[in-house]
Design a protein around this ligand. Structure first.
Ligand code: NAD
Length: 260
């Protein structure tokens, strides 16, 4: 049976992509799509409900999983609606502060929650490769570059932060070693990790980790060529999450399941 889903931020880049992608999949049915922007016409053929009516919409349409790619500020309402209606959450939104993350983690006491900074399969593989390379080349300098479209709000990207955590774990160092951009007299120091966020045009998303030393360089690069890759991953996560017990889940569990 197809999983009944709702999508918030339906007018956004990812919201629209999710609606278009979902329309071509037999394993999901879009029961509702909401927008914070008033008086929007249909998006991808779906009539939109007001974001403020989210709770009643989830009940009315018997939604099993809510997929959210909006902004961290929307979390309070989304979490409240999900708990009140016993709806599972797939969260693609990035840029949370500690308080927002804690709120999401606490929500997992009541409903299933799966949050991923990146729903591309290639980025899951990249994450493991980054950890391995950082551990295998402990003396090499590391710099992380990420490029996104000019409308992206948070910097560095959620994926970049995830990759940085992998490097820091592999090298047993703290976040203090991160250097965000350089200007003026700014030579590299010790084990610092340079982090560079580039914003231009409509680039979907590029992440590159550079490891250099010993007269050689290694570059690990992921390039998302279409937002559909994130939408497919998030929909896979929604199908996997439907009917599970309350808890905090990771996208790697979805991929490891062999499409169960
Ligand atoms: P966007 O700016 O195109 O769309 C944002 C949407 O959120 C819009 O529809 C807007 O109306 C809505 N919105 C804004 N404030 C809101 C509020 N207070 N309540 C409810 N809705 C609100 O952005 P986008 O490119 O679609 O990205 C959205 C989020 O998804 C970002 O955090 C981005 O980093 C993240 N993202 C994650 C992945 C992933 O794989 N996890 C991939 C791409 C983007």
């Amino acid at each position: 049976m197809a999983v009944r889903i709702a999508i918030t931020g339906a007018t956004g880049r990812m919201g629209q992509e999710l609606l278009e992608t979902a329309a071509n999949r037999p394993d999901v049915v879009v029961g509702a799509a909401t927008s914070q922007v008033p008086d929007t016409g249909p998006v991808a053929g779906y009539d939109l409900d007001a974001q403020s009516a989210l709770k009643s919409v989830l009940t009315r349409e018997d939604i099993e999983v809510l997929i959210d790619f909006t902004v961290p500020e929307a979390t309070a309402d989304i979490v409240e609606a999900a708990i009140a209606t016993d709806t599972a959450l797939v969260i693609g939104t990035t840029g949370y502060n500690e308080q927002g993350l804690t709120r999401l983690r606490n929500t997992a006491d009541d409903v299933p929650v799966l949050k991923a900074a990146n729903f591309a399969r290639g980025v899951q593989a990249l994450t493991a490769l980054v950890r391995e390379a950082a551990a295998a080349l402990p003396e090499y300098d590391i710099e992380l570059m990420e490029t996104h479209h000019n409308g992206k709000l948070d910097a560095p990207s959620g994926t970049a932060k995830r990759l940085l955590r992998e490097v820091e774990a592999a090298r047993e160092q703290s976040t203090d070693g991160r250097t965000h951009g350089r200007e003026g007299d700014a030579p590299r120091e010790g084990d610092e990790i340079g982090v560079h966020a580039v914003r231009a045009g409509d680039v979907t998303g590029i992440h590159e980790l550079l490891l250099a030393g010993n007269h050689e360089e290694l570059r690990l690069t992921h390039r998302a060529e279409d937002r559909g890759v994130f939408a497919e991953g998030a929909l896979d996560a929604a199908v996997w999450l439907a009917g599970r017990e309350a808890g905090w889940y990771d996208f790697s569990e979805v991929l490891g399941s062999g499409g169960e």
